[in-house]
Design a binder for this molecule. Sequence first.
Ligand code: FMN
Length: 595
Amino acid sequence: VAPLPEPAPEAAPAPETVPAPAPGYDDAEREAVLRVMRERRDIRNGFRSDPIPHEVLLRVLEAAHTAPSVGHSQPWDFVVIRSAETRQTMHELAQRQREAYAKSLPKARAKQFKELKIEAILDTPVNIVVTADPTRGGRHTLGRYTQPQMAPYSSALAVENLWLAARAEGLGVGWVSFFDEREMVRALGLPEHLEVVAYLCVGYVDEFPEEPELMQAGWSKRRPLAWVVHEETYGRRALPGEEPHDLLQETVANIRPLDAKALGEAWERQKRMTKPAGALGMLEIISAQLAGLSRMCPPPIPEPAAVAIFAGDHGVHAQGVTPWPQEVTGQMVANFLGGGAVCNAFAHQVGAEVCVVDVGVASELPATPGLLPRKVRPGTADFTTGSAMTREEVLAAIEVGIETARDLVAAGNKALLTGEMGIANTTASAALISVFTDVDPAEVTGRGTGINDETHARKVDVVRRALALHAPDPEDPIGALAAVGGLEHAALVGLILGAASLRTPVILDGVSTGAAALVARAIAPESLAACIAGHRSAEPGHVAALNKLGLRPLVDLDLRLGEGTGALLALPLVQSAARAMHEVATFDSAGVTEK
Ligand SMILES: Cc1cc2nc3c(=O)[nH]c(=O)nc-3n(C[C@H](O)[C@H](O)[C@H](O)COP(=O)(O)O)c2cc1C
């Protein structure tokens, strides 16, 4: 019997080898990829008529055709247009849309837009139409099942590929979206089932600008990456490797005093301008403030400007502090959006944009162009029986204000104006003003929209009771807002802080903004450096607030409306102050003898 073979010795465990990840590109190649992305530009100016060789255009189209697509459906087609006649037709269509858009703009924007070129259809030898076929790939295209828009998204990716490849070839591309899409399908004789994703003007160029043309024209600003990267949940902003930062803290940390050098230059310039020293009174102070704020002398003219109107409701309405029903808040928001309110008329007159933000209207508001739906809660609670809101809600509403400031400034606005709408909000304003000025409720509680003696007495009593109940601490501004504030007050605080951190002037409106400015000052005293008091309202609390803030109002016309109306009236004064710094000659330049 043959002996059993010896059992094989146990194999020694192989050392664990994890294969290395697939390699990326080497440094030079990676830099080339990133460079083409950085240096890709949308071009409208400086195109040349040089023809594009076929092999170059082919490489560009091949790059487009390698784009990712939903379910690999490759929904794009590229129609290459060279005919002068077709381009003329398309140019005329774009021209019509341009005019329609220009008509929709506030005056200051329209003035800026007039200077902008928005297409180069006739200046380029080749136009390319990129379409999406929503039926391509059959009925069961993977991934398009729940999201039909994935087809045009895929075609948009082909556009980006085309754009980058063109840049690498030294070809400029300008995307034109000033078209009615269906009109375009017909004009180009495209099959009706196609969607047009892009109309591109392509050609060699004199140069590629370093920055977007819209930025160079002052139409828009670049948003920092740090604003848009969130860790884990929306709102926890953090770049990779950073701890998530709190939006309020970050904003406050960026608020700095006026720049002493620019301020000094402004005072010097005022003295040399062809007018007696100090003859522009208060406007000299404003223009110096604008210089210190912008760190530039002369300071930029604060145009275009936008008024942000925050709307919210108030639980304290239940205490009978106003004869107006609560629904009026939502109804007036609809009126602002329809263009029928006083703020619209004044904004129209001074050329400002009206931006309406629902930060806490009690009713549901339908989605409407121009309305930012940012409801933190549908109205506050009645602060005579409990807190108006939680601290978290206050912070959320402040963030709404900060983000509104960021959006409006990134969109190219050079001044922000405050506005609000909220039936019963003068009661909350009075309570806040009393907390931060230490003035008795009887002296800071006004008649708001017009109330009789009996209602006024009740309103004073309501404020008194609320302050007795909560004993709000002016050293704890968030707590004070939570106790007796309104959602629009909190958002206004955010707008002021946000604008101050972006070194953008804020023109304050009436009593509710006055209350908010007191809170903003308690959070960040330097935020006042960005503030200009637009007007003095007829509300007694506003005077107390302005005195405490040390701000002198520009307009004093017994207005007591809110909606940003007083701030809007003050805007041309602020703009005039800045313009004088630009346009008024100096004694030396004009050859005028000094005193
Ligand atoms: C979807 C889309 C549509 C655009 N439409 C137009 C347009 O109609 N007219 C125009 O001048 N620029 C248009 N642009 C170009 C943008 O204004 C441009 O991309 C932006 O200002 C940033 O500049 P940059 O592309 O040079 O970085 C469009 C861009 C995209 C992505």
